[in-house]
Design a protein around this ligand. Structure first.
Ligand code: HEM
Length: 487
């Protein structure tokens, strides 16, 4: 990477990374590039004007805010805004297919997520000495890239997807074929912004230096390189200070994208909470759920509100991130939040900082969207999932090895993390997993779930969040798409 960097320009960065494409519906179109790579690269050039940049997303978001404000002043429902966004990213298989031979300096990206599943702890079996996760077949094939298409409704997204496919496949020449399209949809009504277990999501994101210039209270600012390759703070895992790894110059302002296709077993989760709670001792199923996640369903953090929800604080950005697990007893006790609560495992804040460790290069920006229908009455009464639903999880980071992979492998799946606690914390209650058991799934447990008996170990069902696929991608800058990827 060149030593003198051009100034940061939001028009160079794809829009999903730093701001997030506005969406009610979002499709992930996974594709393979056909054999005429030159034709694909020419068609990619035609797609570039359609790629939504960070600067454009900022404009779109300003339009949405103005529309809402106007509607509130008039006492009417906001007008329907037709908005659609497109981003594109490539896997290592895709780079290889395009003839781009540069080493990106990320071992997880290079090996691809299928080969990384033993590290991620996904359930599976070993066939001919090779670990095969319990994934759907589409993700067991080589995927070269993903087009992310977002919009205000199904029709808008379907129309944009048809335009994208038309660009690549118009006339007799097919340059790309679709492996699979995952269709995400934001949940309806008051569940908007909540994932399928019912918890408000997407609250805690790092602010990016010199870009998010007004962070909310408690929101940490990270250097740009934690998210964008080549910028200040981009740390290549395994690179030695005396001989630093140099990423290819075209990687500047691109970001790695870790995508996971995660199914959620919602009735089973709800029934577990009911069965494990003890409301006679003020240990309600809502409190247990909040302690497993680290936040109440409203978003209110249990570190600030350990005994009862505070819905106003939950939705208030000035309050809902303003905690650090640094109350006087936090380091040693689980009075407020279990050590293995999902938010504490995945961003331990003071648990590491008080020991002198920085968590900056472990931060990720989470995007993604829910998929699948709302619960049916039948599912609620039977307690069994009958329709697939969950989260298309997407994390952007300047290094998969330092960011997404590290969080899943070394924190969520590691019963001994956070370190130096008086009791073994156990697995991240939501996503912690291991593939050590007889059926490719190992037992899971955590401590501290019950505030009245913090030394008790709670056995967790092996499956609540079931990974069924995923891949690691790189989301290049607009100049890289123009000058390196396309012709
Ligand atoms: C935060 C749910 C998967 C990393 C959260 C929050 C919820 C949630 C409700 C709290 C809201 C917020 O702070 O934004 C889920 C569900 C998942 C899932 C239901 C699976 C279906 C993952 C995965 C990772 C992850 C796979 C990474 C390996 C994080 C991080 C935070 C978070 C870093 C922010 C923690 C903080 O800064 O306080 N998640 N999550 N999540 N999650 Fe997840």
């Amino acid at each position: 990477m060149a030593s003198t960097l051009p100034p940061f320009n939001p028009a160079n960065v794809q829009g999903d990374i730093l701001v997030g494409l506005p969406k009610k519906v979002q499709h992930y179109l996974f594709f393979q590039i056909d054999d005429d790579v030159t034709a694909f690269r020419k068609r990619l050039h035609l797609l570039i004007p359609l790629i939504t940049t960070t600067a454009q997303v900022q404009d779109d978001r300003a339009k949405i805010a103005a529309n809402k404000k106007k509607a509130a002043e008039l006492g009417k429902a906001p007008e329907l805004l037709r908005l659609s966004g497109v981003n594109i990213a490539f896997s290592q298989f895709g780079l290889t297919k395009l003839g781009i031979k540069d080493d990106m300096g990320d071992t997880a990206f290079k090996s691809g997520q299928l080969n990384d599943t033993p590290n991620l702890g996904d359930a599976g079996t070993t066939v001919n000495n090779k670990f095969v996760p319990n994934w759907i077949n589409a993700f067991k094939n080589q995927i070269h890239g993903v087009v992310i298409i977002s919009g205000d409704c199904d029709l808008t997204v379907a129309a944009t997807q048809a335009t994208v496919l038309g660009i690549f496949n118009i006339g007799v020449r097919i340059t790309l074929h679709e492996v699979l399209t995952l269709k995400g949809v934001v949940r309806p009504g008051d569940q908007k912004g909540h994932e399928h277990f019912g918890f408000l999501d997407g609250i805690s994101q790092p602010a990016v230096k010199d870009f998010d210039t007004k962070p909310n209270p408690g929101q940490e600012t990270v250097r740009q390189g934690v998210i964008l390759c080549g910028r200040e703070g981009d740390v290549v895992a395994g690179s030695k200070p005396e001989q630093p790894f140099v990423r290819p110059a075209w990687a500047l302002d691109g970001s790695f994208l870790a995508l996971r296709y995660l199914f959620q077993l919602v009735p089973e989760f709800d029934n577990f909470l009911k069965a494990s709670a003890d409301p006679t001792k003020d240990f309600t199923s809502d409190l247990l759920g909040a302690r497993l996640v680290g936040r109440w369903k409203s978003g209110a953090p249990v570190d600030l509100f350990p005994l009862a929800d505070n819905p106003d604080a939950g939705k208030d950005p000035l309050q809902n991130n303003n905690f650090r697990y640094d109350f006087p007893d936090d380091f040693k006790t689980q009075d407020r939040c279990p050590f293995a609560g999902h938010t504490r495992k995945t961003n331990p804040r003071n648990d590491l900082e008080s020991l002198g460790f920085s968590t900056e290069n472990r931060r990720i920006i989470r995007r993604g969207v829910q998929f699948g229908p709302e619960l049916t009455h039948e599912e609620v009464s039977s307690g069994k999932t009958q329709h697939g639903r969950g989260l298309i999880f997407v994390a952007y980071c300047g290094s998969i090895t330092n960011g997404f992979q590290f969080i899943q492998q070394s924190w969520a799946n590691n019963p001994g993390f956070p370190i130096q606690k008086p009791i073994t914390p156990g697995f991240d209650a939501i996503i912690g997993q291991n593939n050590q058991g007889p059926n490719g799934i190992g037992p899971r447990s955590m401590s501290g779930a019950n505030p009245n008996n913090q030394n008790a170990t709670l056995s967790l069902p092996t499956e609540w969040v079931v990974p069924k696929g995923g891949e690691y991608f790189f989301s290049p800058s607009i100049p890289a798409l123009r000058d390196t990827f396309s012709l």
